[in-house]
Design a binder for this molecule. Structure first.
Ligand code: PMP
Length: 385
């Protein structure tokens, strides 16, 4: 039976993207591929809101975690002082990454479900000298969205490099490097709409200036190596460090064209509408969403009713044809589940998901009024039709 994949990445992919994956693999140094790669880099730049003339887009084989590494180790030296704005599991991952090369790590940790306060960040930056600050735009473990635009405003004027993990946001949430972001990255499998396997990002002018004085301890994630590749490809000459994933980059190119053909504004508005319909449905059936106010438009974390068995719920929903993800936060992972709603998300997928949630919970003995979630979601959708 065909299942609907509603986890926060990988997601459902458009058929033209999947078809591109299956084209014969061409030489990575052929003019044909260099042209595909060049256009993909230019479109990455556009989607991130950056300008190729003064920043560096990169596409590297690997996952989002490689993006985290590339976006940090290249710009700061050993023992640098850093600040992690931590709103969940992937904030913890930044702490773990930094701990490999510095002990001077400070964190801002809002209560679970809440976003960070730009004012608190501003105060921290005024009284401390951090080389770098990281923010997870949307933490996929909690569905909380930080206000990156306001955080960038709050950090304006400071010497601290602002690095944004856009893995669960770029392509689905409003995002613009011009807000004052120094480095940002995502991974192919989420709102960019391409199967897993690529770390995709942009390093801005100020970050590139800092990079000149840093020799990273790692080799594959040395951005200077990839800079030569990106610059060579953008100049149509090509370049080699590690063999590029020809088929995935070809598929990414198709997906980026889909995104730009839809138009960023329309795409973000669609994500907003689909997520608000989904949240209305969730609340309509009496369930609670983890994010208190700052909801992500790409993923929702939802508390299960008291006493529900999360494994059984996920397995029942899957038997009904919809795959959701389990909780991720240590200690409460079994008390909630996550729904991904990004990329090509549409109203049919939202309604199917809500129906599966209602039925799976009822099957598990929880008394959810049949149709309560669907009615609430349909009301939101109808208003916009
Ligand atoms: N950051 C965020 C916000 C993520 O959601 C993820 C993956 N879910 C990562 C980083 C790590 O990405 P990957 O699993 O592709 O290594």
């Amino acid at each position: 039976m065909r299942k609907l994949l509603m986890i926060p990445g990988p997601i459902e992919y458009e058929s033209n993207v999947l078809n591109a994956m299956s084209l014969p693999t061409i030489s990575h140094s052929s003019p044909e591929f260099i042209s595909i790669y060049r256009e993909a880099l230019q479109n990455v730049s556009t989607v991130f809101g950056s300008d190729v003339t003064d920043s560096l887009p990169f596409i590297i084989s690997g996952s989002g975690t490689l993006g985290m590494e590339v976006s940090t180790v290249n710009f700061i030296k050993r023992d640098s002082k850093v600040l992690v704005v931590n709103t969940g599991y992937f904030g913890d991952r930044f702490v773990e990454l930094f701990s490999r090369f510095t002990d001077k790590i400070e964190q801002i940790r809002p209560p679970l479900g809440e976003a960070s306060e730009p004012g608190v960040i501003k105060e921290k930056l005024e009284t401390n000298e951090y080389e770098m600050m990281t923010v997870t735009h949307v933490d996929t473990s909690t569905g909380v969205r930080n206000d990156v635009r306001k955080i960038a405003e709050a950090s304006r004027g400071s010497e601290t490099l602002l690095v944004v993990d856009g893995v669960c946001s770029v392509g689905g949430e409003e995002f613009d490097m011009k807000w004052g972001i120094d480095v940002a990255f995502t991974a192919s499998q989420k709102a960019l709409g391409t199967p897993p396997g690529l770390a995709v990002g942009v390093a801005g002018k100020r970050a590139l200036e800092r990079m000149a004085n840093v020799k990273p301890l790692t080799f594959f994630s040395d951005l200077r190596k990839w800079e030569a590749v990106s610059r060579g490809v953008l100049a149509s000459n090509g370049g080699y460090f590690g063999t590029p994933n020809v088929n995935l980059i070809t598929a990414l190119g198709v997906s980026l064209s889909n995104i730009l053909n839809e138009g960023m504004e329309k795409r973000i508005a669609r994500h907003r509408l689909m997520s608000s319909a989904l949240r209305a449905g969730i609340e309509g059936m009496g369930l609670e969403i983890m994010a208190k106010k700052s909801f992500a438009n790409t993923v929702s974390a939802v508390y299960l009713p008291e006493g529900a068995d999360s494994k059984k719920f996920l397995s029942d929903a899957e038997k009904m044809g919809v795959v959701f993800a389990s909780g991720l936060i240590r200690g409460i992972a079994g008390k909630y589940f996550r729904i991904g709603h990004m990329g090509s998300i549409n109203s049919t997928e939202v309604l199917l998901s809500l129906s599966a949630i209602e039925r799976a919970l009822n099957k598990g003995g929880k008394n959810i009024r049949t149709g309560s979630g669907l009615i609430a979601a349909e009301e939101v959708l109808l208003k916009s039709d």
